[in-house]
Ligand binder design. Structure first.
Ligand code: APR
Ligand code: PHB
Length: 388
């Protein structure tokens, strides 16, 4: 097979990149190792920054999001049951859209099919070759047959556990990471969320997040030990802790639990995000703790920069964007890393913190919820900094 760009991974990064390239008249082939059904059922965050929702609309993937997504012009920060609303509209005049990531994936796959662009599911044994040449190659098997894609560039959009980042020689890569001493126990429940907007609740018992997929489908998270075993958390214990961590600020209705699991919390950045003609985007290059809901938004930003660079290469024969790709992405990546770390450290109880730390953290929260300047800083980063 032959394409200008071979894309490994059909998550938000790979699918959005394929659409941007198609709109620029650049050919691509997407290969995905999971089944189509699997990627549609993978529960992920569901918060889209203002500019990213506009991007989905601009590329033609925003119709169902406009119908089914919910615009949030604010959220709530709780401090031991005392709620403080962050008014994004008043503070920065922007909002976020609540719409599940798997719905975005479905919409982008449908668009890929409408574009008539190749997308292969359930591939195996994927490897990349000759990435430092001008003719890199992707090799894989599909339906039991060995296949290759001859291309000009390979886009590594295969997530944190993919093969692309590890294909860059270790001596050419630097990794910056931080593991947090806790995780999130997340549930999806057939119950109305306690508020029409998100509640980020700090309590002396630990953090909890009350978000939603709709007004009848709640997505709820509890801070738990980093090595927690979900078997220790029967449904009634989860609900009891969720009630407690609302601190009486709202009533929480229980409902049928559809899914529960534990997410580790980590910050991770691999530099550089490219090697020869292999360009990394999204989770293949960086991971943020979910507190700031930056993952998919950051993946979209990377592929906007990548598509611009590839369009300049193919249409203007300019390699400038390709050479600057890593620096362009990292400027935004590190802002998102800082914000995600900051949101995580201000909202969670750290097991090894001292009494001084606890008082200092409560003072931090008090400043955040009483200072317009502090609230505006949170708001402008939460709704998404403008794309350069
Ligand atoms: N070959 C082909 N596809 C692969 C391979 C492989 N060897 N390894 C992984 N994949 C696929 C995964 O099955 C997944 O569908 O690559 C895709 C990567 O998608 P994501 O992990 O969603 O990463 P990304 O597109 O960067 O989006 C980041 O997704 O995981 C969330 O929290 C994350 O919100 C963030 C967003
Ligand atoms: C989610 O919708 O799952 C979600 C929303 C906001 C967050 C984290 C997760 O900060």
């Amino acid at each position: 097979m032959r394409a200008q760009v071979g894309i490994i991974g059909a998550g938000p990064a790979g699918l959005m990149l394929a659409r941007l390239l198609h709109l620029a008249g650049i050919s691509s082939i997407i290969i995905e190792n999971r089944s189509e059904e699997y990627i549609y059922n993978r529960i992920r965050a569901g918060l889209i920054e203002h500019w990213a929702a506009d991007l989905l609309t601009d590329v033609g993937a925003g119709e169902r999001m406009a119908r089914e997504g919910v615009l949030h012009w604010g959220n709530n920060v709780g401090i031991n049951g005392d709620l403080h609303r962050m008014d994004f509209k008043a503070l920065v005049g922007k909002r976020v859209t609540i719409y599940g990531q798997q719905e975005v994936v479905k919409d982008l796959v449908a668009l890929r099919r409408a574009d008539g662009g190749p997308i292969l599911f359930e591939v195996d044994d994927v490897s990349v070759h000759d990435v430092t040449s001008q003719r890199p190659q992707i090799r894989f098997t599909h339906q039991g047959k060995a296949e290759t894609i001859d291309c000009d560039f390979i886009a590594g959009c295969d997530g944190f556990h993919g093969i692309c980042r590890p294909s860059i020689p270790a001596e050419r890569m630097r990794v910056f990471d931080r593991d947090y001493p806790f995780g999130w126990l997340g549930i999806l429940a057939e119950s109305p969320p306690p508020d029409h907007e998100l509640i980020y609740s700090y309590t002396d018992r630990g953090f909890a997040l009350y978000t939603m997929r709709s007004m009848s489908l709640s997505r709820l998270y509890l801070q738990c030990d980093h090595d927690e075993d979900i078997a220790n958390w029967p449904d009634d214990r989860i609900w009891e802790e969720l009630h407690r961590r609302l601190g009486g600020a709202r009533k929480l209705q229980e409902g049928k639990m559809l899914q529960k699991g534990i997410t580790p919390m980590r910050s991770f950045v691999a530099e550089p995000m490219q090697y020869g003609r292999l360009l990394l985007a999204g989770d293949s290059a960086h991971i943020v703790p979910p507190t700031g809901a930056k993952g998919m938004n950051l993946a979209f930003a990377d592929v906007v920069y990548m598509a611009r660079a590839l369009e300049a290469f193919f249409k203007k024969h300019s390699s400038d964007g390709i050479e600057k790709y890593t620096d362009t992405c990292l400027s935004r990546v590190w802002q998102a890393q800082r914000f995600s770390w900051w949101m995580t450290q201000i909202m969670h109880v750290f097991p090894d913190e001292t009494a001084f730390d606890r008082r200092r953290q409560l003072a931090d929260l008090a400043y955040l919820t009483h200072s317009q300047t502090a609230a505006k800083s949170l708001a402008e980063q939460y709704v998404g900094l403008p794309l350069d």
